[in-house]
Ligand binder design. Structure first.
Ligand SMILES: [Zn+2]
Length: 364
């Protein structure tokens, strides 16, 4: 470990060589150290959203959440147990942007008027339009989004499209604050102080703002391209101009909770894993991501196994008793094949998770 003295209060502390910004544990000042010159550059615009959760609350939030979703609320306390939990305050670059998109393409005409069907061109409708959005796009300032469970794909757009990026619009993703004077998580930020983590450890800042901006721009480009594609049959052209209005460093609290699920019904032979996790926002207390106790594929799996068994039994009956049972073999194996097809073709998205209200506003 290496020692550095704080750029503001001069106290010396050990620093991590992976960090891009060093945070003084005594006065909470953040600064960038130029290792060759020894120069220290104090950063401004560093905020923290206070952690509002402790270990005792984890249980209440978890049981409220699972009781709403589990088909036997009375059994929840017996079948679900919390195995462990931890909270951490993670740095994010929050980039305020305005994104303006122009797109053009064509769609097939739905209504054909008589006499128009013969001409090729008239079957298609050329369409073009533009739209604009404003975001506070949030990029994790750690080298890997896999470091803590659940942070990889937090963005759940209201449009029906696939997401394969890790950034997200801050307020609509992390939930709203109930019963407080400020409702969005961004408005709950305060000047950075270690004390506001309220007992959580503070993760260091490893990512430069320039690379965070580049990643945010890429992600918004791609997001808007996919939005444009939902509006038209074939997308010809797409241009998104992104204007960066501001960038802030914000530490945000998250809690990872591990729980076990031991059903008392015969389902226990069918579940795929014993230990599951949920991710809770430490300020809004919203459940952001979760491994559900019985995912739909568990149920379909049960279906597949049961129908497979029935198909085999019917086959035996058909061979030794009456050929009419072949009909049942066909029905059961049909259901079995359909179930298998559903498991392997499913999308790995829980549409069950609710988030905060839609806060993105159109620019015009
Ligand atoms: Zn200091």
């Amino acid at each position: 470990m290496f020692q550095v003295s704080c750029a503001a209060c001069n106290a010396s502390f050990e620093y991590n060589v992976d960090d891009y910004i060093h945070l003084c544990p005594y006065c909470s000042t953040g600064f960038i150290l130029d290792l060759e010159e020894g120069a220290k550059d104090i950063i401004g615009d560093h905020f923290i959203v206070p952690n509002r959760m402790d270990r005792e609350q984890v249980e209440g939030i978890f049981y409220d959440w699972i009781t709403e979703r589990y088909h036997r609320p009375d059994k929840v306390k017996q079948e679900f147990k919390i195995l462990g939990s931890y909270g951490i305050s993670l740095p994010h670059w929050v980039i305020s942007v305005e994104a303006h998109t122009f797109w053009s393409g064509h769609s097939q005409k739905l209504n054909q008027y008589s006499g128009q069907g013969s001409e090729y061109g008239s079957k298609f409708l050329k369409e073009e339009s533009r739209f604009s959005r404003r975001y506070r796009w949030s990029i994790l300032a750690r080298k890997s989004p896999k470091e803590h469970w659940g942070l990889e794909r937090l963005h759940r757009p209201k449009e029906q499209l696939m997401v394969d990026w890790d950034g997200y619009p801050l307020d609509e993703t992390l939930g709203l604050i109930k019963g407080a004077t400020v409702t969005t998580i961004y408005d709950a930020r305060q000047a950075f102080k270690f004390d506001h983590a309220n007992g959580l450890s503070i993760a260091g800042v490893q990512v430069k703002e320039s690379s965070a901006i580049a990643r945010a721009k890429d992600q918004i480009q791609e997001y808007h391209r996919r939005i444009a594609k939902t509006k038209v049959g074939t997308l010809y052209e797409h241009r998104t101009e992104i204007e960066v209005v501001g960038i802030h460093l914000v530490h945000l609290p998250f809690w990872v909770v591990r729980y076990s699920f031991a059903p008392q019904s015969p389902f226990r032979f069918m579940t795929t894993a014993r230990e599951r996790r949920i991710l809770i926002q430490g300020h809004t207390l919203a459940v952001l991501e979760a491994e559900l106790p019985l995912s739909s594929s568990d149920k379909v799996m049960t279906n597949m196994v049961v129908c497979g068994g029935l198909a085999v039994a019917s086959l035996a009956l058909a061979l030794f008793f009456h050929p009419l049972f072949f009909l049942m073999v066909m029905v059961f194996s049909g259901v079995c094949v359909l179930s298998a097809w559903k498991i392997f073709g499913r999308e790995k998205v829980d549409t069950d998770l609710g988030r905060g209200a839609d806060l993105s506003e159109p620019v015009f």
